[in-house]
Write a protein that binds this ligand. Structure first.
Ligand code: ADP
Length: 397
């Protein structure tokens, strides 16, 4: 069975066609600048690349071009689009209604629309992608896989904020957690790779990329996660502050004559290692280079990033009364041996022991702890597209 996986942004669309018989990627690509001048499709299959520059006023035209590329005699991988059995969509926010992925119908679309306020940048684009597929491929089932459903298994003590309860009742203000598809995939694979009890295995997943989050799960079910109502909470990220004292907002607003929207923009786009390093970069490689050249703020930014991850691992170990495995994933987690080692250096009290030789690698599924380590530590490359395809298959079979 062939499943198309779509991740739609407001002006972009990423896709993969996956053959679920062997979980291999047949083709993948990206449509950029949808709705603006200079729309472009880049399609990759069989080691070849096709670039199409044609107007894409809406996601419908983008999907039509993707279909054309998939059946193209030279660059295509299928004879007819009827070979696509289902489409899996990454949808950012499912609110409190969706605790699982779901086959799309009218009610599901209405709920995705109701959640526009919770995911203002992503949910409208995700819905456009679903409607474009309904138009272009009538009769083919669409499945919505939400970034928030992994967090829906958290207990109340973990997801409720200590603010007046009326705000949860009125506006569903709670911790949702994001990168859910990645945390679900990595925690499930970590249990298998480490040979843990599928029901009781306690796993901490460190998804460390430009956006960064950490989760604690037992038997693959989330018990806590660091992102909150929005992706701003938790770890220090490329440009996001993560946790801070909310009174800082009022203080800076008063001192600098800013309003809360400007402050949120600063906390989302100008903070994190970019802000802490004094503006060097949001990219860990650039900040590391600056630190090596003696830039003190760059060095502190990297130390603070590592320190925050280590503190969360401590907190989540307490939440689960122990931890059996820790998995590193995403850009920094998969590639940055220095950050992995520095985080694990805080974890001696847990009996974590890293094998430096095993840790000296990038982007590979690999155990990096020693035989004697009390906690299994691994690099586990995330694969959100495959996770979405698996969920889609499960729901349409
Ligand atoms: P996102 O998907 O959130 O945009 P990624 O998971 O792609 O982010 O991670 C991007 C980050 O990974 C960048 O900050 C980049 O510097 C970092 N990264 C990638 N490769 C390396 C590496 N070899 N060493 C250190 N950091 C790396």
């Amino acid at each position: 069975m062939k499943i198309l996986v779509l991740n739609c942004g407001s002006s972009s669309l990423k896709y993969q066609l996956i053959d679920m018989d062997n979980e291999s990627v047949m083709a993948k690509g990206l449509c950029e600048r949808i709705g603006i001048e200079g729309s472009k499709l880049t399609h990759k299959a069989n080691g070849k690349e096709l670039v199409v520059e044609e107007p894409m006023p809406k996601h419908t035209e983008a999907i039509a071009l993707v279909m054309k590329a998939l059946v193209d005699p030279e660059y295509g991988v299928i004879k007819d689009t009827s070979e696509i059995s289902a489409v899996g969509h990454r949808v950012l926010h499912g609110g409190i209604k969706f605790t699982e992925s779901i086959k799309v119908n009218k009610d599901v679309k209405a709920t995705i629309r109701e959640c526009f306020a919770l995911g203002p940048l992503h949910n409208p684009a995700n819905l456009m992608g679903i409607e474009a597929c309904e138009e272009t491929m009538p009769g083919v089932p669409n499945v919505a896989v939400f970034d928030t459903t992994f967090g829906m298994s958290m207990p109340e003590k973990a997801y409720l904020y200590a603010i007046p309860h009326e705000y949860y009742e009125k506006y569903s203000i709670r911790r949702y957690g994001f990168h859910g598809t990645s945390h679900m995939f990595v925690s499930g694979e970590a249990i298998k790779f480490a040979g843990l009890d599928p029901e009781k295995g306690r796993v901490i997943v460190c998804h460390l990329g430009n956006g960064a989050s950490i989760s604690a799960s037992i038997g693959g079910k989330c018990v806590d996660t660091s992102m909150g109502l929005t992706p701003l909470e938790g770890l220090i990220m490329g440009t996001r502050s993560g946790d801070l004292d909310p009174a800082i907002l009022q203080f800076i607003c008063n001192k600098e004559g800013k309003d809360v929207n400007e402050m949120l923009n600063i906390l989302n786009k100008k903070s994190g290692i970019l802000g802490m390093s004094g503006g060097v970069s949001s990219d860990f490689r650039d900040v590391e280079k600056a630190a090596e050249q003696g830039n003190h703020l760059a060095e502190v930014a990297l130390e603070a990033f590592v320190y925050r991850v280590a503190k969360y691992i401590g907190a989540y170990t307490a939440a689960m009364n122990g931890v059996d495995a820790i998995a590193f994933t995403a850009g920094v987690g998969e590639n940055d041996k220095i950050r992995r080692k520095a985080i694990c250096d805080y974890l001696g009290y847990l009996g974590v022991e890293i094998d430096d030789e095993a840790n000296d690698c990038r982007g590979q599924l690999r155990m990096i702890s020693t035989e004697n380590s009390k906690v299994k530590v691994m690099i586990l490359p995330t694969n959100e597209e495959l996770a979405i395809a698996r969920e889609t298959l499960r729901l349409v079979q």
